[in-house]
Design a protein around this ligand. Structure first.
Ligand SMILES: [Zn+2]
Length: 478
């Protein structure tokens, strides 16, 4: 009964999404102004969404510009749908075929930053709510919660949790169908240690403020040489290296080019930092300061720190002696293997090298155990500083939990398949509340373009997702 409503309103739904794509709503606290803690673009996209929803007949509320919500229904209990309106940065120069913040429809696809992560799925949910509100009776309230800092520090949803009612059950349309029952733990780690090159003075390392959850597509090292250095461009398709060297007097800038990608799907990207590190190790004599700190970078490399899957030292019993290679020594369980995204590298004026990595940790491995392993690098480098930040505990709901079974059944009926719920490395809003899972909107047969260039949402898929959401909302709120 909801399908008809959604079919009739699908053009309006797509034009609503298009109108929201126009806001370059990258969450940025450094641009905070009164009533807009994440910058004016985030404030504007929230205001716009709430005013559209209000016109559609919903109750709306703006929580001090951190977060907003859209609600209908009656009753004591609250069903939640948790999405976000902020987006990751996008620049036409990154390889976009059309301007990222100008919605373009081509071959049945809606192109633009946020089309699939997460503005499209949010509005598909809004129209699903409208379909239920217009055509059925519910005994609970249904609330669409809209964050503005999801891609950064979740200050939006944390603000919500502090000042608003928590849903008793919820889903988040911010990942994939059929449903996600396990999300790996997330933790970032920074390693700080003195470092210098023997043949040149390091002026800077720069990753252009790459976000921790993105594979860095660019990294440059600027050095001042005492004498002429023999450095040349290096391109190798096997190791995916693409290095260019620019010389200006005795200043050399070594630029490493990779491919951006989401930290939860590292294999799709090419890490520009790792390639630059390899280049340094092959082309420079790395200096030593005292015996213990001899060849810092080389040793980190040998420990496996730059490996993207289950870095080798994490499986060592004794950090200083390599493990025998065994399949079962990997940090891995049913939710997948531990992955590490070297996301940022900096060099401060006191000569310290800071390397930051973003880890996706299988659900059965405690975050603190993994942190301990990183801390144990101090057995080799006593002066190293190891710090953890951005910790998010894993989410794990049993596959046969009623919420999972319910939502997966609704999906399977609609698409006539027999898909099983999945585990992922991404961290979605589902883990913000108990009794919550991620549910769509990317279908298993589709490419997931979130955080990538030329992001798009297939229009018919969004319509199908909206129909599935309507059934799910009704099922949870009836
Ligand atoms: Zn998202």
């Amino acid at each position: 009964m909801f399908d008809e409503f959604i079919e009739e309103n699908k053009n309006e739904m797509i034009s609503t999404i298009s109108s929201l794509i126009k806001y370059p709503s990258v969450s940025d606290e450094s641009k905070a102004i009164d009533g807009a803690p994440f910058g004016i673009d985030c404030k504007n996209v929230l205001d716009k969404t709430l005013s559209i929803a209000e016109e559609m007949g919903f109750k709306v509320n703006n929580l001090d510009g951190y977060c907003g919500y859209i609600e209908f229904g009656e009753g004591e209990e609250l069903v939640g749908i948790i999405g976000h309106l902020d987006v990751v940065p996008a620049n036409i120069d990154d390889g976009w075929e059309t301007p990222p913040f100008e919605p373009v429809i081509k071959d049945g696809k809606l192109y633009g930053r946020g089309s699939i992560d997460d503005k499209g799925p949010v509005i598909a949910s809004l129209y699903a709510m409208k379909a239920v509100m217009e055509t059925a009776k519910v005994s609970k309230r249904v609330r669409l919660i809209l964050g503005l800092n999801e891609e950064k520090d979740w200050k939006c949803i944390n603000h919500y949790k502090k000042c608003e009612e928590h849903p008793i059950i919820s889903f988040s349309p911010d990942a994939s169908f059929p449903a996600i029952y396990a999300e790996k733990g997330i933790m970032s780690i920074s390693l700080k240690h003195r470092f210098e090159l023997h043949d040149a003075k390091i002026l800077s390392f720069d990753t252009k403020q790459n976000a921790m959850n993105v594979v860095p597509k660019y990294c440059e090292l600027k050095i001042e040489a005492e004498s002429e250095l023999e450095l040349s461009d290096y391109k190798d398709s096997l190791s995916n290296s693409d290095i260019k060297v620019e010389k200006d007097g005795n200043i050399y800038t070594i630029k490493s080019y990779g491919i951006a990608g989401h930290a939860a799907f590292l294999q799709k990207g090419i890490n520009a930092i790792t390639n630059l590190i390899k280049y340094i190790l092959e082309n420079f004599k790395v200096n030593y300061f005292d015996q213990e700190e001899y060849r810092y970078l080389q040793k980190l490399y040998n420990l496996g720190l730059f490996e993207i899957e289950s870095p080798e030292f994490l499986s060592r019993e004794d950090i200083s002696s390599p493990t025998e290679f065994k399949e079962d020594s990997f940090i891995k369980d049913e939710s997948g293997i531990l992955t590490s995204n070297i996301a940022q590298i900096e060099y401060d004026e006191d000569g310290f090298l800071i390397i930051k990595t973003n880890l996706r940790i299988p659900v059965t491995f405690p975050l603190d155990d993994i942190l301990e392993k990183y801390r144990s690098i101090s057995l080799i480098f006593p002066n190293i500083t190891v710090e953890a930040f951005g910790k998010q505990e894993p989410l794990y709901v049993r596959k046969d939990d009623p919420l999972v079974e319910n939502l997966v059944n609704i999906y399977n009926l609609k698409v006539a398949r027999k898909d099983e719920p999945i585990a992922i490395g991404g961290g979605t809003y589902a883990r913000a509340f108990p009794n919550s899972i991620s549910y769509g909107a990317v279908f298993p047969w589709e490419q997931d373009l979130c955080h990538q260039v030329n992001e798009y949402a297939d229009i018919e898929s969004l319509v199908l997702a909206s129909k599935i959401y309507a059934e799910a909302i009704y099922n949870l709120a009836k």
